[in-house]
Design a binder for this molecule. Structure first.
Ligand code: THU
Ligand code: ZN
Length: 151
């Protein structure tokens, strides 16, 4: 994982960050107060965004990454090339949880898919940005190719 500045991101990555910051405002997180915004670019270069959506039941939460991926799938495209995750926190890196890493693995165009984690500060300004490939975040992960059986 490496840290970089916004200006070091590619134009597409900068767009993903901006879209993720924007959609984060739509997060429904009254229980955790931890709003997450995600934007991804698919293999056809279309961008899809998602946010976390909680429920009074507590167990029914949709993670932002899952929301963005489901949105992509519903357009008929199955693979993403890059994904940005935004949270407002000064603790840790804004990287997807284990469940979301599994889901990103399912729909990744390659193990080189870059995951960009953005932490916002109290005034919602970018505090720091980390980037890591899926191969580093989810090594040896289970995936659709594992289901193949040779007879
Ligand atoms: N959350 C996400 O949206 N993505 C993650 O990968 C980590 C957790 C959400 C779920 C819940 O609404 C809140 O963040 C606190 O866990
Ligand atoms: Zn998650």
């Amino acid at each position: 994982m490496k840290q970089l500045e916004f200006s070091e991101l590619t134009p597409v990555q900068q767009t993903l960050v901006n879209r993720a910051v924007e959609i984060r405002q739509r997060a429904y997180a009254p229980y955790s107060n931890y709003k997450v915004g995600v934007a991804l670019v698919d293999e056809k270069d279309n961008i899809h965004a998602g946010c976390n959506i909680e429920s009074a039941d507590y167990t029914l939460t949709t993670h932002a990454e899952m929301d963005a991926i489901n949105t992509m799938v519903k357009t008929g495209v199955l693979h993403l090339k890059e994904i940005a995750v935004v949270v407002k926190s000064d603790v840790g890196n804004a990287m997807p949880c284990g469940l979301c890493r599994q889901k990103i693995r399912e729909f990744s165009a390659s193990p080189n898919v870059q995951v960009i984690g953005i932490n916002l500060d109290k005034s919602e300004k970018i505090q720091h940005i980390f980037i890591a490939p899926m191969s580093e975040l989810f090594p040896y992960g289970f995936g659709p190719d594992f289901l193949a059986m040779s007879t």
